[in-house]
Design a protein around this ligand. Structure first.
Ligand SMILES: Nc1nc2c(ncn2[C@@H]2O[C@H](COP(=O)(O)OP(=O)(O)OP(=O)(O)O)[C@@H](O)[C@H]2O)c(=O)[nH]1
Ligand SMILES: [Mg+2]
Length: 654
């Protein structure tokens, strides 16, 4: 066995994430115990913790049918079961997209979404929230044979007439082969199920791995959600070719349509040339076989316009056999270990960097803010101690004077507070304007308008126009929102400056907020739509019309999702703008009051001065301890963040 398999790397990654989680939890609990948790820090730490808890790593397998996707999944992830977990056989096998994951709240089961749901409104994501829509089969984990039999349902098909198949958007009657089958039988076999969810307590799935197996035969095109969200959301996509078929026209089509356009820094894409065991000719020397494999790799790479180093030759089937029989020599020959280590090298560091960056940003923010608060507290107490120290031995007149001074400061601050409240009202009005542009109500209204317009138009130009209007309105709303964001930030910056100048509050630089990435995402969706439908004829058949409509529904739910995220990030940002100011103002007010109380007390009895100074000294030590503890906790989180997989420390030091 090689020293690092994907399975090992992923386990390291999970251990790293769990160690980080424990430390961030410690920070949150400590803040709560010390009563230092303002609502905003609490919320952001809670979000970070739930992201870490629900963190998933999504790996998708895509290819034409029978290239060995399911077999490769069996070989990489399920060889410990010493059998085929996913059905794999000649011809079309996997009939619907299949997600493998583990949710401990549910029983181990296979859940299937009937194909009939294609004519109902709602995306797969919507159906996932409706448990009744699925047909569930429990998985008997104690019997390999039972389990395989249950999973055979992934290959279920059923015969339907042409109209039904077309209503589901599954066939193109213009296709010669389809027409031939229909003419001969009057019916055609279509997948029985639309989507499958396998809830399975595999150790890797338990740690957040999600595997997506897809059906071949260009079935991807019939489910917009695969193109729009499942593949773009995958952290790694493996595209399979087979050595026995070479690179066919449909392989190239799938590659160009669904994989090549999906990119991004955090995404790994690997091309696998499977079934190299077909080239293991016993009459040839190893060197000759290697040369033949290298030749095929080079020509496949050229056809896909990729460097040859990105194409990994393997034999999935023999690798499964080798792992089951623990035959290391055979395993090496299948070259699966090379693919696994390439996959883990591309996949895990990227994923870890993403998680580390977002956690680091939140923790730093919370720590900086809390430290600032504690330091202000410390400085104020120090001032008081100094003031009281100077008082020792002074006469009543001086104390009288101090009392007047404290009162005056207090009154000035009260006037400042009135201004603060007035500005808060302006802030609230600006936030209302922003919500008017960006808010979900506006987006839903546009979606509804566009849907109605699309339903009415029988011509593809009409459909295109409705969509163009839809996208241009969305863009206008985003522009207006950007302007609002700029105004709000400018106002808050001025307010911070004023409070800093007039009352000596710490100057905070309000965080920036940009909507550019949402504009980019909307532009991407628009591009996908245009690419798909620019080629339509001027007159639409009812099937095409329905397909367009369904595509729009998925697109719309994606747009709604984008705006939902934009809204929630904007709300978080608005809180981050106002909460530090509120906290500081509250703190300053308390300090002023404490000072007034203390001077009043001294005024009443100058002899308690020493007691009061001792009290303040103790309070000062306490705050200094808190600052130190917070710094220690921050260092522990930073240590966890800086550990890299393969670095054995983090697994133990949690
Ligand atoms: N010789 C050989 N056959 C393989 C290899 N991998 C898979 N196969 C065979 O190829 C056929 C198809 O494999 P599957 O795993 O079902 O392929 P798939 O890509 O999942 O196909 P669909 O589910 O139909 O999209 C099966 O008969 C496998 O046994 C391999 O490495 N070598
Ligand atoms: Mg399959």
């Amino acid at each position: 066995m090689p020293s690092t398999t994907l399975v090992d790397e992923f386990e390291h990654y999970s251990a790293w994430r769990d160690a980080l989680l424990v430390r961030v939890e410690a920070l949150r609990d400590w803040l709560a115990a010390q009563q230092l948790d303002d609502g905003e820090s609490d919320l952001r730490l809670a979000q970070t913790l739930s992201r870490l808890q629900e963190d998933t790593l999504n790996v998708a397998f895509v290819a034409e049918f029978s290239r060995g996707k399911s077999e490769l999944i069996n070989a990489i992830f399920f060889s410990d079961y010493r059998q085929r977990v996913l059905p794999s056989s000649a011809g079309r096998t996997t009939m619907c997209p299949t997600e493998l994951y583990y949710d401990p709240r549910r029983q181990a089961s296979l859940r299937l979404l009937p194909i009939e749901t294609k004519t109902r409104a709602g995306s797969i994501a919507d159906f996932k929230l409706a448990p009744d829509a699925w047909t569930e089969f429990p998985l008997n984990l104690d019997s390999a044979a039972d389990m395989s039999a249950t999973l055979m349902r992934l290959a279920d098909t059923m015969p339907v007439d042409a109209d039904t198949a077309q209503a589901y958007g599954l066939i193109n009657p213009a296709d010669e082969e389809t027409a031939r089958v229909l003419a001969q039988n009057g019916s055609i076999a279509i997948p029985r199920w639309r989507h499958a969810l396998i809830n399975f307590p595999h150790p890797l799935l338990k740690q957040g791995l999600v595997i997506l197996d897809t059906p071949g035969l260009n079935a991807i095109g019939t489910e917009p959600e695969l193109t729009l969200s499942m593949l773009p959301n995958a952290h790694a996509v493996l595209f399979l070719l087979a050595a026995d078929t070479g690179v066919t026209r449909s392989d190239i089509e799938i590659w160009r349509q669904h994989i090549a356009p999906v990119h991004g820094a955090s995404r790994a894409r690997l091309v696998v040339m499977n079934k190299i065991d077909g080239l293991w000719d016993e009459l040839k020397s190893d060197a000759e076989i290697d040369a033949e494999i290298a030749r095929q790799v080079a020509s496949s790479a050229e056809l896909l316009d990729l460097p040859a180093s990105q194409v990994y030759p393997v034999s999935a089937q023999k690798a499964l056999v080798a792992k089951v029989r623990r035959d290391d020599a055979l395993l090496q020959r299948t070259r699966l270990p090379e693919l696994e280590s390439a996959l883990s090298q591309e996949l895990i560091p990227c994923k870890q960097a993403l998680v580390a960056d977002s956690t680091r940003a939140v923790v730093e923010d919370v720590v900086v803010r809390t430290t600032e608060l504690l330091e202000t507290r410390l400085a104020t107490i120090q001032d008081q101690v100094e003031e009281l120290g100077n008082l020792r031995g002074k006469n009543r007149d001086v104390i009288q004077h101090m009392m007047a001074q404290a009162n005056a400061d207090n009154e000035q601050f009260e006037r400042g507070l009135l201004q603060f409240n007035a500005l808060r009202n302006v802030f609230a009005a600006q936030v209302e304007t922003l919500r008017g542009h960006l808010g979900m109500q506006t987006v839903r209204r546009e979606v509804k308008k566009t849907r109605t317009a699309m339903e009415k138009s029988r011509f593809s130009t009409g459909l295109r126009e409705s969509m163009a209007t839809f996208f241009s309105l969305l863009n206008d709303n985003l522009d207006a929102s950007t302007e609002s964001v700029r105004e709000i930030r400018a106002m808050m910056t001025a307010m911070y400056q004023k409070f800093s100048d007039e009352h000596g509050l710490a100057m905070v630089n309000p965080p920036e907020h940009s909507l550019v990435k949402y504009r980019r995402e909307i532009a991407r969706l628009e591009r996908i739509f245009n690419e798909r439908f620019n080629t339509l004829f001027s007159m639409l058949t009812s099937g095409q019309h329905q397909l367009t409509q369904r595509f729009f529904e998925t697109l719309a739910s994606k747009v709604v999702q984008v705006f939902e995220i934009a809204n929630s990030e904007t709300e978080t940002w608005l809180k981050a703008l106002i909460v530090p100011m509120e906290t500081q103002v509250r703190e300053h007010k308390n300090q002023l009051k404490r000072r007034l109380d203390s001077v009043s007390r001294i005024h009443a009895a100058t002899e308690t001065l020493d007691d009061r100074i001792a009290e303040l000294d103790a309070a000062m030590n306490n705050v200094a301890d808190q600052i130190e503890q917070l710094a220690r906790m921050n260092t522990r989180i930073a240590d966890a963040l800086n550990d890299t997989p393969g670095d054995a420390r983090y697994a133990r030091s949690a």
